[in-house]
Ligand binder design. Structure first.
Ligand SMILES: NC(=O)c1ccc[n+]([C@@H]2O[C@H](COP(=O)([O-])OP(=O)(O)OC[C@H]3O[C@@H](n4cnc5c(N)ncnc54)[C@H](O)[C@@H]3O)[C@@H](O)[C@H]2O)c1
Length: 456
């Protein structure tokens, strides 16, 4: 995936993280007072006939996908195994109430061509976005927060940016669909937790794109586990072992910062390492099943087959033993190495049985989920919109923050070689923000090794 744009098209602002966080909060306050309708009590005032007006921040693969999900959330369904996949053309009329009166009105991205691609995809399905509601640059998200026309934001930038965006959205009175993970470090996690509390007081919804929590098969299965179908859960396992994902090699003319931003999944400050960026799905699901977060992580990991700097400095495998408060242990693996046996799965063992936490509880009379399902990527928006209109907005900030910290704790244990406890992870002072946020110098980070990396 190559990109030929040079720095000349890009905004030149240099913003430190402190400034970024401070300004986003200040901008939010100004907007809140300027537009009291969007800042207070929107949830309780919503009816089905009121438009939900969506602004998309981060117009890449997932931002564009989520934008299509929020407007396509009316008819698309998927079927459970053996069909096993998202059959987006197969509509089951009446399978689910429609999310009516939802429109996409604004777009924001750091890079102009990413925004253009998203805008074109929306145009292809009949959605036109006005020029005046398209914004590019590091400040683009703030412009969307200032819009009276927007009351629901999709946040799909690289994870580093999420805490500041969530805070700005909450301050500005917007409902939030935020992609996972919530942050890349403990200060970011704490910020999300605080934003979640502010959102509750303001009656704002926050739903995180963890997918499984809005997937009918997982919901039904995990409900049965919570109701005691396999007795007390004594052990868990989770895996996100796959091959390589996309890489965007550095192009001539790109500075250090631009090349890292474009190739963000390979830099810990931007993505949290892939245990945080990707495996958070499974760790969040384990916390959900166990109704808890772990008390400690004991991990190892490394970088075996990331051949060069196009693959940044992150690891390509982690193995973590998580201990939960009641002595339950969860064994966790994730890997991004080509040519290995892939496995993306959950499993728990109970005192009276076992389950894949997805759709099956084996036994003398095996239980299996057999209902139809709406694509969970659409179901997420249906659920958030319905909760807003019912005046009881969903708030998943705490859950996704804890899932994210679970992953960060595993990463920090592997990087440092130390067993890490939850409270230490939560109170960690390590802040991954680079010295300057702007197009220019950004040192290439070292690979973390227990002999050069200290947890603090
Ligand atoms: N829930 C899921 O299954 C799922 C799947 C894929 C990705 N994701 C998550 O979605 C997020 C985005 O991933 P993606 O695959 O779409 O990546 P992507 O690179 O395709 O998109 C990210 C977009 O954000 C833009 N961007 C970068 N910095 C920005 C900034 N400061 N302000 C505004 N825009 C900025 C980029 O230019 C790009 O267009 C990540 O958090 C990722 O973990 C979730």
């Amino acid at each position: 995936m190559k990109n030929n744009k040079s720095n000349s098209e890009l905004p030149s602002s240099n913003v430190s993280r402190r400034q970024f966080l401070k300004e986003s909060s200040v901008a939010g306050v100004a907007v809140a007072s300027q537009f009291p309708f969007v800042s207070t009590g929107v949830a309780s005032g919503y009816g089905k006939s009121d438009q939900i007006r969506v602004g998309v921040i981060g117009c890449g693969g997932r931002g564009t996908g989520a934008a299509l999900n929020v407007i396509g959330a009316k008819t698309k369904v998927i079927y459970p195994p053996p069909h096993n996949g998202y059959h987006t053309e197969d509509a089951v009329p009446g399978a689910r109430p429609k999310a009516e009166n939802v429109s996409i009105v604004a777009l924001a991205d750091l890079f102009p061509e990413r925004l253009r691609e998203c805008r074109q995809q929306l145009k292809n399905v009949g959605v036109e976005i006005r020029d005046s509601l398209c914004f590019v640059g590091f400040d683009a998200y703030k412009k969307v927060m200032e819009l009276e026309e927007v009351d629901y934001v999709i946040l799909a930038t690289p994870p580093f940016f999420r805490p500041a965006e969530v805070r700005a959205a909450v301050e500005a009175g917007k409902h939030i669909f935020m992609e996972k993970p919530a942050a890349v470090d403990a200060p970011g996690v704490r910020s999300i937790m605080e934003s979640g509390e502010i959102a509750k007081k303001k009656g704002l919804g926050i739903l995180a794109g963890t997918v499984r929590r809005h997937s009918a098969d997982h919901i039904e299965t995990i409900k049965r586990l919570h109701d005691g179908a396999i007795g007390d859960i004594v052990e868990g396992r989770c895996y996100f072992n796959i091959g390589e994902i996309w890489v965007i090699p550095r192009e001539p003319g790109w500075g250090d910062m631009e090349s890292q931003l474009r190739n963000w999944p390979y830099f810990t400050w931007l993505c949290g390492d892939f245990i945080v960026e990707q495996h958070v799905h499974m760790l969040d699901a384990m916390n959900w099943v166990l109704k808890a977060h772990p008390v400690s992580a004991y991990a190892m990991g490394g970088r075996l087959q990331r051949p060069d700097e196009d693959y940044g400095h992150i690891y390509d495998h982690f193995a973590v033993e998580y201990e939960y408060g009641n002595g339950v242990r969860v064994f966790s693996q994730c890997r991004q190495i080509e040519g290995c046996t892939n496995r993306v799965a959950l499993a728990v063992l109970g005192s009276r049985g076992s389950s894949n936490c997805e759709d099956t509880i084996p036994g003398a009379s095996t239980w299996k989920y057999e209902g139809n399902m709406i694509d969970p990527y659409e179901q997420e928006h249906l659920d958030l919109i319905e909760s807003i209109r019912n005046g009881k907005p969903i708030n998943e900030a705490r859950a996704v923050a804890e899932g994210t910290l679970t992953a960060i704790m595993g990463r920090e244990s592997a990087y440092s070689g130390q067993l890490i406890e939850w409270d230490a992870a939560l109170n960690s002072k390590r802040d991954y923000t680079p010295a300057q946020l702007g197009f220019g110098a950004c040192p290439f980070p070292e690979v973390a090794r227990p002999n050069n990396y200290k947890f603090f």
